[in-house]
Ligand binder design. Structure first.
Ligand SMILES: C[S@@+](CC[C@H](N)C(=O)[O-])C[C@H]1O[C@@H](n2cnc3c(N)ncnc32)[C@H](O)[C@@H]1O
Length: 276
């Protein structure tokens, strides 16, 4: 099954403000241009609806949990969990009806059959014990509940990120290019199927879907990546970053719209499982 999800609205990258904590920079720069644009897709695959109880695992600064809270409304309940205290601090500062919990996906502090839906996006690839984490998510589902766990598909199926990696390789060498590939490493349906089998989730389905990041300019895309703790954050000097921004204007021309903005289509794989 393949679903397509395109969020076409544009949003500003606050490129002048890169002085906060990594979590603050992530929330201000990366969430509006990229992660925040995948929340509907993840919630749709999990079937999140009005009045449900939902938990977001690896919630980071809370983009998905906040979207879930607005979908379930006042009759529902939403929790978010993450082991990174800085990310949670940023999440807690948001005025959203979500209960935030500190901890890893592999050991969830909830009783069996607590939630109607369990959701997670762009986090599984960092979990130490993925089968254990999926078992925990399944354990907490109520009978009839569903979970959706989204990861980026392989980088060679993401033309925009492939161009970014080639550019980094050409300018700064293989080690820096490799850091851009890192978040895409779980993008293999056979690998995810194996993880599900190890977790004992025989009825899990691996769904292909497409979301998109949207940036005002090519250099905004690189500025966001350059400040992201999970890819290039802290790896390049100011001089190298400026060189990258200049070169990106040429490299991303094929992705540019007439107003100069770019859309970076990002294929994803989503593990969907239901509890009978
Ligand atoms: C790229 S961020 C994505 C955050 C969020 N889901 C979003 O869409 O913005 C990855 C998150 O995974 C979290 N993470 C890493 N290891 C984890 C684990 N074992 N259990 C739960 N979350 C984990 C990190 O702390 C980080 O907040």
């Amino acid at each position: 099954m393949t679903t397509t999800h395109q969020n076409t609205s544009n949003s500003e990258v606050q490129t002048h403000n890169t002085t906060g904590s990594p979590a603050n920079i992530y929330d201000q720069m990366f969430v509006p241009t990229f992660f925040g644009r995948f929340t509907d897709l993840t919630l749709d695959v999990a079937g999140v609806n009005k009045g449900q109880t939902v938990i977001d695992i690896g919630c980071g600064t809370g983009a998905l949990a906040a979207a879930a809270a607005s979908r379930v409304g006042p009759e529902g309940e939403v929790a978010g969990l993450d082991p990174n205290e800085e990310m949670l601090e940023q999440a807690r500062a948001k005025d959203v009806p979500v209960d935030w919990y500190h901890g890893p996906a592999e050991q969830l502090p909830f009783e069996d059959e607590t939630f109607d839906s369990v959701v997670s996006q762009f986090a599984l690839m960092y979990f130490e014990d993925k089968p254990k984490a999926l078992q925990e998510m399944h354990r907490m589902l109520k009978p009839g509940g569903k979970f959706a766990v989204l990861v980026p598909d392989a980088i060679d199926r993401s033309p925009g990120f492939s161009v970014a990696t080639e550019l980094l390789h050409r300018l700064f060498g293989e080690e820096i290019a490799q850091s851009m590939r890192e978040p895409f490493k779980d993008g293999d349906p056979d690998y995810l199927r194996k993880v599900c089998d190890e977790a004992g989730l025989r009825n899990a389905e691996i769904i292909s879907a497409i979301g998109a990041g949207r940036f005002n300019t090519p250099s905004d895309f690189m500025k966001v990546e350059g400040s992201c703790a999970w890819t290039l954050g802290g790896l390049l000097s100011d001089e190298q970053l400026n060189h990258l921004y200049e070169e990106s204007n040429n490299a991303f021309k094929p992705f540019q719209h007439t107003d100069g903005s770019i859309t970076i289509d990002t294929p994803c794989l989503i593990i969907q499982a239901a509890k009978s």
